[in-house]
Structure formats: structure tokens, C-alpha cells
Design a protein around this ligand. Sequence first.
Ligand code: MV4
Length: 669
Amino acid sequence: MFHKILIANRGEIACRVIRTARRLGIATVAVYSDADAKAMHVSMADEAVHIGPAPVRESYLLAERIIAAARMTEAEAIHPGYGFLSENAGFARACAEAGIVFIGPPAAAIDAMGLKGAAKALMEKAKVPVVPGYHGDEQAPDFLAKEAERIGYPVLIKAVAGGGGKGMRRVDAAKDFAAALAGAKREAANAFGDDKVLLEKYLVKPRHIEIQVFADSQGNAVHLFERDCSVQRRHQKVLEEAPAPDMPAAMREVMGQAAVAAAKAIGYVGAGTVEFIADVSEGLRADRFYFMEMNTRLQVEHPVTEMITGQDLVEWQLRVAAGETLPAGQDDLAITGHAIEARVYAEDPGRNFLPSVGTLCRLRAPAETAHVRVDTGVREGDAVSPHYDPMIAKLIVWDKDRGSALRRMRQALGKYQIAGVTTNTAFLMSLVSHEAFAGGDLDTGFIERFRADLIPQPAPASANVLALAALAVVLERRARAAASTAGDPWSPWAAVNGWRLNDQGADELIFKDRDTDTICRVEYLSDGAIRLRGLEKDVVAQGNLDNGSLDAVLDGRRIKVGIVRQGDDLTILLPGETHRLILVDPRAAVELDEAGSGQLTAPMPGKVVQVMVAEGARVERGQPLMILEAMKMEHTISAPGRGSIAKVHFRAGDQVPEGAALLSIEAEE
Ligand code: MV4
């Protein structure tokens, strides 16, 4: 076995590989870009080597730098993870030339699966079923049109160099063929520098079912059953599970054998995945699955296979790469229970899944148990950077059957607390709670078909949510006041006006929830509880705030939530539901006369980030006028009442001293 390996990757997969290497007594070397100097994979590894700036083309994709790092640290082998250089035959060859073991298949096996047409021909020869179609060299449009006729419409045109759905065109009728072909060729030429296409019968209700295979260098090969990855969005997997719902045992047997035959046909060694597409227009049938492509790497979703087989696939990879035989034979392998993986992403489902970059100022994951596994490469305080994939974690659950595993998944998803970036956790929750998903009615059109049910509609904050926010603000003020008054006197927390210790009093808090302002009146009751008025209903609240967790009792009902406060920005994290509120601080207005006219002054020295109003503007009470940044926190200066802006004294970018007049406002009745 190796003494030391280098991991040519980052994030969760680098951490995943390091964990197994450590368990096997193998030393680890991480590589990192400028953006990753303090990343989790770097702190986990025994050693780390800097390989360049943040962009992947200048760091994680630079084969020479990575091989030089392995040489320098005397690593004997390189694990490429997934993505980056993992399916780059040139890199596999360069490792061999440098006398370093590439923990992956032989370069020739990567090449064999690189071109779709050639791969399909190889598979046909090995008697692996392929979708009926044409995958020859002849590319004349008239010839291809005749082939399409022979195959029968609808047909699918695919780029031979393609993958991930690029360069694909569905054609429903002969009259549309010529234009679709021209379009597909243009797209393929642009994307892959190769305009060759193949034709396939278009399957109207496909399921993505893949088989995990493993082969050693002695010629042994096994499969570790299937994964169903049908729930995808634009060719990005969202949920993966094993075994495939409703898969007949006989079909599993036939598919497993076909996948092993595929691996053997190309002299495969190591971990691989044979992707099939199953035509489920009449349910899962053993004669309706077809080879799609082979992924010559460890895949993102490998944990579901590990959970149902009890095997560590990274250990298998390391043993095979070190020349050992496979750790288990086919007869030693069996499926126990059911596993589901959900990919937790920093993205906004409400904005067409746009990646959301930022700092993970709160990251609390469900506890890991025999039923729950969390594979991640980030910690609270880390950034989701625009340079890399915005995946935060893979949440994997296991239980005795699919229904129980689904319950585990809902429970675990509900435990996630993430603030600082927008995430897809509510979307994942609605997916795994959907009755069609629970019923196993899967196909690759699932998300599009149920889109309206799945994209969470942002709900306005309820009275209870506003009460929780108000309670958190009051508790934090009390804690600050109790701790000392020696802190920053301008901190919004230092002020406790309206609240008198051990006394009756009242206070007012203004919360902005998107475009709605709510004025919440706080009454301080004698037992430390507060009564909140002005909401949809009055709420009596009390509780404890500790390390960002609020343990609250609202009208006698106990509820635990996460609270994250950054300046005026307040995030309330409920199970499967996140609310962001802005606390409008009326104390920014310190020099107003009784009618509310006068100067709005800077509560602290800082920089003007944004000015939202022009001179002469009419404003409403609570309307944000200006944003100040101080001590890395943003503070919103809001109108103390209805009026008009007489003067704006600063512009965005200006530095302002403490107490400076920012805006002049004239009150209006
Ligand atoms: C297909 C197909 C229907 N019929 N081939 C998409 C990416 C590539 N790996 C194969 N893909 C498809 N090939 C035929 N003949 C439908 C898809 C497809 C798909 C396949 C797997 C997972 C998700 C998908 C989403 C849309 C389309």
C-alpha cells in the first residue's frame, strides 16, 4: 500500500479521500489555490502545496503543477477526485511518465469512453444494449435523414463528442430534421470542436439508472448495484438513491452483468460508473435499458452505494491502484436497506437556481449518526466562492426501506441552518416531500413536471416569526446591557431606550420583510417575558439566546430556532424555512425636533455604501434612505417618519465621521 498520496482536488471530495487515507495509515498531501489557503481540505491534510491563483485554469487544472507538487512531497500516487483532471487521459499518462500512480483507470480506458460513437460501437460488440440508432462515420445530411426515417420519429441527435446534454436536439418529424441537424452540428462544433453527431430513438419517459463497477489489475470485475439519478435539473443531479425504486431483481442482475461486460470490454481498472437510460413508458423492464456513457471516475453520488453495501469505495480505489485484488467478489456483495443523497447547494431556486456566493456565517448541519452522513468541504465562516462549484454538502441518509429513508431525509434536511448564502434546502425538502417522489414515479422530467410545486414561494414572515425576531433583539440587548456598558456606545445593541430593568415599559421595533414594514410594539412584562403588539396577533414571548440559538416560548409553545445577526440584517432559521428581516433602527435619527424634522446623523464613523433617495423625495416612515458600512457591518438609515428629503449631504463612497449630518428631512403630517 502507498505511504503517501496527493489529492488533486478540493472541497468535499478531497476531504472524503483524506478521511479514508488517514484510516488506512496513508499520509496525505493537499493542493490549493489562493482562494483555498484556509480551506477545510488543506487543514485536514498532513501537508499542502500551493499551486496557483483561484481560477481553476491557473491551479486545479494545471497538470504540471500538480505533478511537481507530488514530486516535491514524494507522494507515490495521485487521487484526482471527480471533475478537474479526473477524466483527462493526458494527465493519467503524465502521471505514469513521472513514475506516479494515477488512482483511476488506464489512460486507454478513458480514451475508449471519450467519444460516444466509438464507445457505442465497442458496447455493441460486447453485447451491451445500446439505444437503437445510427452511430457511424457517414455524416451527409441526406443519409442521416434516411437513417432518422429508418429509426422512426421522434429521434434524438447527439454530438459524438458531447456529454451532459450539450449538442442534443429532439426531432419529432421529418420536415424538421434538416434544420435540427444543422443546429446540432453548429452547437457541437462550437462546444467540442467536432461536429460529428449520432442518431438515437428518442425515449419519451427515461430514467437515469447507473451501475457502479470496479475492476482490478488482475482482470477481476464486479458491480456494486445501481443508483437512480433520475431527479435532475438541466443535467445536474439533485437527488440520487440506491437501490432504484421498483427495480426487479432479475433486471438488476442483467444490468449488473451488462455493466461488468462494458468494463471488461475496455480493459477497465478501478472505480467506474456505467450510465444507462431505462425506457419506463411501460415501467421498468429488463429489455428496456440502454448504455449511455461510462464515467471513468469516482462519482459525486458514490456514498449511496457505500451506504447500501457497507463498502468504502475510496479504500477499494486505493487498494486496486496499489495492485491489490478487489476487496470483495460478486457473491460477497449484497444490498442492505435504502440510501438517498441530496446535494445541498448555495443557489437560489427563486432566481432560476443562480449560484449564491457569500460567507457561510451560519452553517449547522444535522448530526451524523448510523442513519445520517454529511460529506462536506466547508465549515461555518468559510466562503462560497464564485470560482468553484457552489455545493455546500452532500446529505446522505440510510434506512431499512425507501419510505423510512425518506422520513430520515426530511428530518435531517429540517436540521440544516445556513445563513449568509441562499440555499436549495427548502427546494430539496419539497422534492422529498412530494407525493409523486414518495410514490417512486420517477423519470428525468420530474422536476420540470412538478416545477410549480417544488420552487418554494417566499412566504411573508408570520406573527410568530416576527415575535421570534423581536424576542432575539430584546434578549441580545439585555445581554449586552448586563455584560457591560463599556463596549462601543454607538453599537445599536448598547441602546436600551424604552426598556428599563425590572420595570414596566414599552419599546418599538421596526422590521422590514422584503417590502413590508411591521412596527412591533414591545411591552416588558414583570417576569422577563415580553408582549408583542401590532402583529397579526399579540404574542407573549420569552426565552434564551445562546450562541445563535434561540430557545423560545411563544404563547406557551416551545420552539427552537437559529438566529443570525449581521448589523441590521437578521436571519431567522426555522426547520425548512428561512426568513431575512431588516431591523430598521429609528435611533439613527438623533437630532430631530418634535415634529420629526432635522438631521439624520451617522451613528458611527463609516462609509456610505448606497444612497437610495434624491433631494426632494417624499419618504414614508421606515423607508431606507442610506446604507452605511462600519466595522464590516451594514447599517440602514431609515426615515423616522413621513416627510421629504431636504438635503443629501454625502454620496456613495464617502467616508463619514461619527455624528455627521447625513440627510436633512422635513416632517409632514
Ligand atoms: C436521451 C434521452 C432520451 N432518449 N437519449 C441527456 C444527457 C445524456 N447523458 C443523455 N441524455 C438523454 N438521452 C435518448 N435516446 C433523454 C436524455 C435526458 C436525460 C438523461 C439522463 C438524465 C437526465 C436527462 C434529462 C434530459 C434528457
